[in-house]
Design a protein around this ligand. Structure first.
Ligand code: NOJ
Ligand code: CA
Length: 704
């Protein structure tokens, strides 16, 4: 039962009396937040971890459009405290139960000169802090427009950061590791890994941002429960080492349109002196509301293959013909237009993938390029490209879904919106109804290109509302969503667990275009994955992309063994085996790990971690006593020394170890792996080696 006690710490009877400061500590006292008004009535806070400052005095507030700012001349008129210790059960996740234990401080601010009110609610956990603005209905604030949120995070030094450039439309960047003071000088090279259209500042970065102090404290800045508000970036004042929030503008340049009562998303700080705790933290999920759905039985983790890498890496096409429809797509007569012959979403090829999925135990087969419109899908900002219901003539939607169902497999729907969000909303009911008719229960959606409505951004408030609209509407049809290019997640999958995946970072597709840094997968769990799972699409076994497309510039910067490990280190309830069936046929012994690895877990333990260097995770299957271990390493490789003391005491297990062979290297020897088997128990200590850009994967199955 909910244990919730609220007590009013200080109640002020008369306006003349004000509270100047209030402290709140985490349940075991590791973290302390101090909230007060500084000179000039500026709402201010600090954060300490184990008695050391991690956030120096930092101001809170807003600049408004056409109204007096909410930055200063405030007084605290009262505070309330509360605490909570509950355990909840996610529909899917890294752990079958999650503890949510915090102390809370609600600070009531009043700006007497305007008679307006703002509350700030702090929740202090042993693994970090969340705080948000709340705008009560009282007072004259009413409807207001945000010019800029001015939430500061004042750093205590020139920390190391793992960062990507600020951008209102994409997170598909490689991470740069540098000192804060180096961000300005490295910005150009950081953005050259992607054509940025909206990079806004030479010191602007995105969240989730991972930091490390010189004395070994890890700090992560992000946000939780981004709802009806724009996405937050951070702009660094690199003389004073102060980050300040930088919201995404809408088409009119307004950064948020609110009507009281209203609230901002939570601003989050995950803090620890052990990097493993950063990965184990559930702070962002805990700050989101409980599940909004009564019945979640239709939400199921999914392992899938797909008609995808052939186009991404193989140079084949989503489109059916090379003819450009000069008028609306429905005027192009596809029945008389010839196929260009490179259209993998055809009946025979899709059946081949269904057969492969059925033979190897995959749940679903994604098919991209099944629907008309791809002839002119990108670059022209058209509002009417796709209708999401009309298949190309060589994709028999009825036959293929029956063929799949007969084999116990489902097709996975694909809705590329080409960022015409208005068009998608107009067609959404019909699109979801078509899915229900044929038995689809999951959609991969995508937002490539500039947003329509014109001037909106992937991360502006209008689009944030669109993504949630699509998700809730999908839930009405019993459909799970995996949205690519959408805003990076903020833990909303707790409230809406049909959000089984997002891309919203640089995924495996970039290995086909240019290659990702070998350290990429040692950073993502510290950053992008803090907000929710990523459809990273691992499982590439043929790293030399020119073998399937001589024109390709790409190379997969990973060893094969590391590709296996990613199913464990990159937590997601939705995992793709992204390579071509013919590549898996060549390495069936290694492919066995992908077949075995679960996509839902009872328990997860991070054994080793350092951003940019290595991550080793162990997870116990939700539905059996099997354990799986994965390690991914960066440019330098990694020597692991791990203990299997998480296994049941006294029980015997067989471990199958899929490791980099001596001499393996992500660049020139990626397919060198060795598979070994040995008996293990809870006293076993394993010394294992991960090559540069390498890793290892282990399945551990009880033998008695
Ligand atoms: C970009 C997505 O990330 C990719 O997975 C997809 O194939 C293309 N858009 C086309 O929708
Ligand atoms: Ca993408």
């Amino acid at each position: 039962m909910k244990k919730y006690s609220m007590m009013t710490a200080v109640m002020m009877a008369a306006a003349a009396l004000t509270v100047s400061a209030e402290k709140v500590a985490s349940p075991s006292g590791l973290i302390v937040v101090d909230a007060y008004v500084a000179d000039g009535g500026k709402p201010t806070y600090t954060v300490e971890y184990k008695g050391r400052p991690v956030i120096k005095p930092s101001h809170l507030g807003f600049e408004l459009v056409g109204a007096t700012s909410l930055l200063d001349k405030f007084e605290i008129t009262g505070t309330e405290t509360a605490s909570s210790d509950q355990t909840w059960t996610p529909v899917w996740g890294e752990n079958s139960t999650i503890r949510d234990n915090y102390n809370e401080l609600l600070v009531h601010y009043k700006q007497p000169s305007t008679d307006r009110y703002v509350d700030v609610r702090f929740r202090v956990y042993d693994d970090g802090v969340g705080f948000r603005y709340e705008f009560p209905i009282d007072g004259p604030l009413g409807y207001f427009n945000i010019k800029e949120e001015r939430t500061q995070f004042a750093m205590t030094g020139d920390h190391t950061a793992w960062w990507i450039a600020g951008d209102y439309d994409t997170q598909e960047y490689d991470y740069t590791e540098s000192r804060l003071s180096e961000i300005r000088g490295l910005m150009d090279s950081a953005i050259s890994s992607n054509a940025s259209q909206t990079q806004f500042s030479p010191t602007g970065v995105q969240t989730s941002l991972q930091l490390k102090t010189d004395d070994g404290i890890y700090i992560n800045i992000h946000e939780a429960a981004l709802v009806d508000y724009s996405c937050m970036h951070l702009n660094l004042d690199d003389r004073n080492m102060v980050f300040e929030s930088w919201l995404t503008p809408d088409a009119q340049g307004v950064k948020g349109r609110l009507q009281t009562p209203a609230k901002s998303p939570w601003r989050t700080l995950i803090i620890s002196d052990d990097a493993r705790d950063m990965l184990a933290s559930n702070l962002i999920l805990n700050l989101n509301d409980p599940c909004a759905y009564d019945d979640t039985s239709w939400i199921k983790p999914v392992k899938y293959v797909g008609v995808w890498w052939e186009m991404i890496a193989g140079g084949k096409q989503w489109s059916y013909t090379h003819d450009l429809p000069s008028v609306k797509l429905d005027r192009l007569d596809y029945t008389t237009t010839k196929c260009h012959g490179q259209h993998p979403a055809n009946n025979d090829n899709v059946k081949r993938y269904i057969d492969f999925a059925a033979e190897h135990g995959f749940d679903q087969v994604l098919v991209e390029g099944w629907n008309i419109g791809w002839e002119d899908w990108f670059g022209h900002q058209k509002d009417y490209v796709f209708d999401f219901v009309t298949p190309y003539p060589d994709f028999d939607i009825d036959m293929l879904n029956r063929y799949a169902a007969d084999k116990g497999v489902k097709l996975m729907m694909h809705h590329e919106t080409s960022s015409a969000a208005t068009n998608y909303e107009r067609h959404m009911d019909a699109a979801y109804q078509l899915m229900k008719k044929y038995g689809y229960n999951a959609v991969k959606s995508g937002y490539v290109g500039n947003i329509i409505p014109y001037g909106e951004h992937h991360y502006s408030q209008w689009m944030i509302n669109h993504y949630l609209y699509a998700l809730k509407k999908a839930a009405g049809y019993g459909i799970m969503v995996n949205a690519h290019e959408a805003v990076r997640p903020t833990g909303l999958c707790r409230t809406y667990p049909n959000l089984v995946g997002n891309e919203s970072a640089r995924g495996t597709e970039y290995e086909a275009f240019a290659g990702n840094k070998p350290s990429h997968t040692t950073v993502l769990p510290f950053t992008r994955l803090q907000g929710g799972p990523m459809d990273y699409t691992p499982g590439i076994f043929e790293m030399d992309v020119t073998k399937i497309n001589p024109q390709s510039q790409g190379h997969v910067n990973s060893t094969l063994a590391r590709q296996l490990a990613l199913y464990v280190t990159m937590y997601s309830p939705l995992q793709m085996a992204a390579d071509l069936p013919e590549h898996y046929e060549r390495f069936m012994d290694a492919f066995q790990f992908i077949k075995d690895v679960p996509v839902d877990w009872q328990k997860s333990i991070y054994l080793e971690a350092e951003p940019g260097q290595y991550i080793t995770a162990a997870r116990k299957d939700k539905n059996s006593d099997e354990w799986y271990v994965g390690c991914t390493s960066g440019e330098n490789g990694h020597k692991s020394d791990i203990r299997l003391d998480f296994l049941d005491k006294g029980r015997k297990y067989e471990a199958t170890i899929y490791a980099d062979a001596p001499g393996a290297h992500y660049r020139d020897n990626p397919q060198a792996y060795v598979i070994s088997r040995r008996k293990v128990d809870s006293r076993t200590r394993l010394k294992l080696y991960a090559a540069p850009g390498g890793g290892y994967a282990i399945s551990i199955k009880p033998v008695e």
